[in-house]
Design a protein around this ligand. Structure first.
Ligand code: SAH
Length: 359
């Protein structure tokens, strides 16, 4: 469906106070706001008609003035390992990805914070396709609600990671508003915000009362190589990032996760493991090694090391006292890596241009 010119305001993504403000013209008694809040999130109601604890008159007033902004499921890909990847279409036609990743004893939703990404990391398919707009708080929360509804799951017991499309710390106000709502049902201990390390954003997060877990996309052990594969490193280089992280308040027993995509002949040398150990000294860290998911748009240099080399890298970190895990590949058969699904729908002009240039 095309977006209508008169788009009604979305009720999703508003904290209680904001919801009360928005509803003031139609709702007479304060407890109605709470009823609606619970209906939206705890019950996952997506149609005002289902708010049967409200009068028919109020329901129709609500429907006249507001919408409940669920995204449209444009594509759904269920992998053989149970991973389910969604391509959502937003009201303005923007598309975003989210993934449901069931595991033995836990379940994680991976969600997006922007409809694209301006940071242009050379290993990332989302970055390859370029910038998109910020998602609203409602659009962030709605991804969780939409997957939950589609998979028929309760809100409790979920884990959330902001590892979909976009840089959450460049859309922090909306991420924060979404977290304020989501953390009423999902403990912040079960939520991870993944970032390249936007320093002003990290400072802001450090001051939050309820902080989610922090994951840093590191991917290289020194500035020269990090700047090469992550241009943002030129703005906020490693020394400043590490200083900010050493100051970042961590509750007892918590650690900062460092994501390190392993790329053959780029950052997988055993000496890189040693550099990594040195870089992370003095930080309560755990390292998550991620053999890169190759993709045609990334070019031929972006390939994973063989398993033995990955294992040796991990071993080297462990011998030097770092906690290091290797990320399990999930949803391979449905292109579950960042940006890959959305890219399918597109004309791969960039690839052709590159190939032409190489000829
Ligand atoms: N902008 C934020 C959130 C995006 S998620 C950030 O950079 O942290 C970024 C994560 O997606 C990376 O840390 C990595 O875990 C994953 N990722 C991106 N491209 C990938 C690829 N080609 N192969 C494997 N993982 C990838």
């Amino acid at each position: 469906m095309e977006s209508t010119p008169t788009l009604k305001p979305d009720l999703l993504g508003r904290t209680r106070d904001r919801l009360a403000e928005a509803l003031a013209p139609v709702v007479d008694r304060p407890f109605r706001v709470e009823q609606i809040y619970q209906a939206l999130y705890a019950r996952g109601v997506r149609d005002f008609a289902e708010m049967t604890d409200l009068s028919k008159d109020l329901r129709s007033k609500l429907a006249d003035s507001f919408r409940i902004g669920y995204p449209e499921i444009k594509e759904r890909h269920l992998a053989s390992d149970g991973t389910c990847k969604y391509l959502f279409r937003l009201h303005d036609g923007a598309t975003i990805e989210a993934v449901d990743i069931p595991d033995r004893d836990r379940r994680t939703f991976c969600i997006s914070s922007q409809a694209g990404c301006a940071l242009a990391c050379s290993f990332c398919v989302t970055g390859y396709w370029g910038a998109g707009r910020d998602l609203t708080a409602g659009e962030i929360v709605a991804q969780v609600l939409a997957i939950r509804a589609d998979r028929d799951l309760p809100m409790e017991g979920l884990n959330l990671v902001f590892m979909g499309m976009g840089e959450p710390l460049l859309n922090l106000a909306n991420v924060k508003a979404a977290l304020d709502i989501l953390t009423e049902w999902i403990s912040p201990h079960r939520i991870t915000v993944s970032t390249v390390g936007i320093l002003p954003g990290l400072e802001e997060m450090a001051a939050w009362e309820r902080r989610p877990n922090l994951a840093i996309s590191l991917h290289a052990p020194n500035d020269a190589r990090r700047s090469e594969i992550m241009p943002i490193n030129r703005t906020w280089p490693l020394a400043d990032l590490m200083t900010a992280l050493r100051r970042f308040p961590l509750e007892k027993g918590r650690k900062i996760t460092f994501e390190y995509i392993l790329i053959r002949d780029v950052n997988d040398d055993p000496r890189d493991a040693d550099r990594l150990v040195k870089l992370l000294s003095g930080v309560r860290a755990k390292v998550n090694l991620i053999p890169i998911n190759p993709d045609p748009v990334l070019g031929e240099r972006m390939m994973p090391p063989d398993d033995g080399r990955v294992e040796r890298f991990q071993q080297r970190l462990r011998e030097r006292g770092l906690i290091a895990t290797v990320r399990k590949r999930r949803g391979d058969d449905v292109s579950a890596a960042c940006g890959q699904l959305r890219a399918f729908g597109r004309d791969p002009r960039g690839v052709r241009a590159r190939q032409a240039a190489a000829r």
